[in-house]
Design a protein around this ligand. Structure first.
Ligand code: SF4
Ligand code: SF4
Length: 303
């Protein structure tokens, strides 16, 4: 049985930060909205628990910031201790405390952390990284590759431990934004940067999305990925597994890491291995997170 990667995005849609380009900046949810989100998450975690024979990776990709909510922290800890969970990861600004991470199974928990320079200083952000280093948690760190930020990003690279991966998301709105020398400069920091500077032609191409990877919302509706709206089923239907099958992409292009990483022709499952959800290339993965679990003969998708 092939293992699954599930991108979970519940009803939450709020954030404690105020990045000026983001629709969730300084938004809040009502008590009843948060209660709904918590109930949905509880149902989802219980569903994962009830599938001991299916290897499952969970990647929280919330609208906004989820780790400031205790119930997300508790869900990550709980999932990380399940034998059938091969990874639980989250996209986060990590503005919350790191102390709870000690409760998680460090072999299976991972963080995709983004530094937002207008919201917190580099020093405070790096301090948070050092706290996670001390705990022994697995994480990647990332920024948007604005050209005027190059020196800051180089400084951030110099402050982080050398074995921590720093990814750079390309600013893609203007196709002529980067000169070849800009790309080379960012590539010296993130060897995978060039891959992120383009929208990959994907129409008709083979992709694990919809077969071994899928996104799930708070109602349990599953879609092949976050970029194709058409549902493929609902995880709370008993026959859901039969909805998963090889599919080719119906979009013209795929430009986000959380999407194109599943395209077969890019071969990124080999490059990222068990760090694929929290965006850590194999060569940067901490040793203790490479430990075998269940049947290592089964694989993410096409391997
Ligand atoms: S931290 Fe993320 S979700 Fe929050 S405002 Fe900034 S970009 Fe938006
Ligand atoms: S290539 Fe991208 S948009 Fe197309 S199915 Fe895969 S993840 Fe979705």
């Amino acid at each position: 049985m092939k293992r699954w990667s599930i991108l979970y995005r519940g009803s939450l849609s709020s954030c404690n930060y105020a990045c000026d380009y983001c629709p969730f900046a300084k938004t809040s949810n009502t008590r009843s909205e948060l209660a709904k989100d918590r109930d949905e998450l509880e149902r989802f975690v219980t569903w994962v628990e009830a599938r001991p024979d299916q290897e499952i990776g969970v990647f929280f990709t919330p609208w906004g910031e989820a780790l400031i909510r205790k119930y997300y922290r508790e869900a990550m800890v709980r999932l990380s201790h399940l034998p059938n969970v091969w990874k639980v990861a989250i996209q986060t600004n990590f503005s919350t405390s790191t102390s709870w991470v000690k409760e998680a199974n460090l072999q299976k928990v991972g963080f995709w952390m983004t530094w937002h320079p207008t919201q917190t200083s580099m020093e405070r952000f790096v301090e948070k990284c050092f706290e996670l280093d001390a705990i022994g948690a697995s994480y990647s760190v990332g920024v948007v590759g604005f050209k005027e930020e190059l020196e800051n990003i180089q400084k951030l690279r110099s402050l982080l431990r050398p074995n921590r991966y720093l990814w750079i998301n390309a600013f893609k709105r203007d196709p002529k934004y980067y000169r070849p020398e800009d790309i080379r400069a960012f590539e010296e920091i993130d060897p995978y940067f060039r891959l992120n500077t383009v929208y990959h032609p994907s129409l008709g191409g083979a992709c694990q999305a919809g077969e071994t990877s899928f996104s799930v919302d708070g109602n349990g509706d599953a879609r092949r990925c976050h970029f194709i709206r058409e549902p493929i089923g609902n995880i709370y239907d008993s026959s859901f597994a039969s909805c998963l099958k090889p599919r080719s992409c119906t979009n013209q292009t795929c430009g986000c890491f959380i999407g194109y990483v599943h395209m077969d022709r890019l071969g990124l499952y080999d490059e990222f291995g068990d760090g694929i959800l929290e965006r850590i290339p194999r060569t940067f993965l901490p040793e203790h997170t490479k430990a075998p679990m269940m049947t290592r003969t089964s694989s993410i998708g096409a391997e």
